[in-house]
Design a protein around this ligand. Structure first.
Ligand code: NDP
Length: 294
């Protein structure tokens, strides 16, 4: 048996198309143009690539995109002043401060300063707390993307055994909450978990968000399991270049799983598409409109 490949590229493109339709509708019916402001501090090359892709995709969806580039040595006060200005700006419905921030800046204070209604990264404690309580919230984009990818192969996740490997605030923890909201039975594993292969063996749904290249092996998996690989690891090639691999040993897992996401071309594609979803949802909520159809 070989696994069905969950094509994040196709699913993300379809989602971006639906967002664009809804953006056109709210523009037409309510004269509302959702706006996303992205703040980039410093010039980390990976962050620059992400920010450019967010800008292009936001505009392609018909939304307004505002980019703010600050030098790596910006003061905490100046960064907080920009966040406060964006909080007040009626054309801005989503604020994303690209992480990681350069050393010397207090990430927690910056996240806490974002208006929770505009917190499209879903990292503000208000949103994290609401999600944990099972209430309506802006949820982090990568975990949202993971749920959409899973639902492309399972109409319902109810009663399924899921394991989330990794417990970061950005990925693992919010993913656990979203899976609970889908009525899955969730195990959360981390660096102190015992017998990880044994835990993974029981799971119908396996989410790897660790940051360790190809850590999850094919023989850990229950045959037919759905594998969502969140890891993005750059490893050196013989020619001096690098290649991307996930947290799952893809070839081995592909031979055992029922469905699997590739890296690249899986979860990574969904993150920006879900950022657009969150921006549209935030804009509608701030304008007092009903939740959009995405
Ligand atoms: P973090 O480093 O914040 O968290 C890693 C988690 O993995 C921690 O909870 C850690 O446990 C756990 N862990 C580390 N080693 C082991 C181990 N040997 N066994 C089990 N668990 C372990 O990473 P992120 O959550 O931010 O990111 C995870 C991966 O996802 C990375 O590869 C990152 O690049 C990728 N990523 C991909 C995105 C996308 O768009 N596709 C977006 C965001 C991240 P403990 O808590 O005990 O330390």
């Amino acid at each position: 048996m070989t696994a069905e490949i969950i094509d994040g590229k196709v699913i993300a493109a379809e989602l971006r198309g639906r967002v664009a339709e809804e953006v056109a509708r709210v523009k037409r019916e309510h004269n509302l143009v959702p706006g996303l402001a992205v703040v980039l501090v410093g010039n980390d090359p990976a962050s620059e690539v992400y920010v450019r892709s967010k800008h292009t995709q936001t505009q392609a969806a018909g939304m307004a995109s505002f980019e703010h580039k600050l030098p790596a040595d910006v003061s905490q006060a100046d960064l907080l002043a920009l966040v406060a200005k964006l909080n007040r700006d009626p054309a801005v419905h989503g604020i994303l401060v690209q992480l990681p921030l350069p050393k010397g800046l207090n990430t927690e204070a910056v996240i806490n300063a974002i208006d929770p209604a505009k917190d499209v990264d879903g990292l503000h404690p208000n949103n994290a707390g609401r999600l944990a309580g099972g209430f309506e919230a802006l949820s982090p984009c990568t975990p949202l993307g993971c749920i959409i990818l899973t639902k492309s192969v399972h109409a319902s996740l109810e009663g399924m055994n899921a394991i989330v490997i990794g417990r970061s605030n950005l990925v693992g923890r919010p993913l656990v909450q979203l899976l609970l909201n889908e009525n899955a039975t969730v195990t959360i594993a981390h660096s102190r978990s015992r017998d990880l292969p044994g835990l993974v063996k029981k799971a119908d749904l396996v989410y790897a968000a660790v940051g360790k290249p190809e850590m999850v092996r094919g023989d850990w998996l229950k045959p037919g399991a759905t594998v969502i690989d969140i890891g993005i690891n750059r490893i050196p090639k013989e020619d001096g270049k690098t290649r991307l691999v996930g947290d799952v040993a893809y070839q081995e897992a592909h031979a055992v799983a029922g469905a699997i996401t590739p890296v690249p071309g899986g979860v990574g594609q969904m993150t920006v598409a879900c950022l657009l979803v969150n921006t549209l949802r935030a804009a509608c909520a701030i304008a007092g409109l009903p939740k959009p159809a995405v």
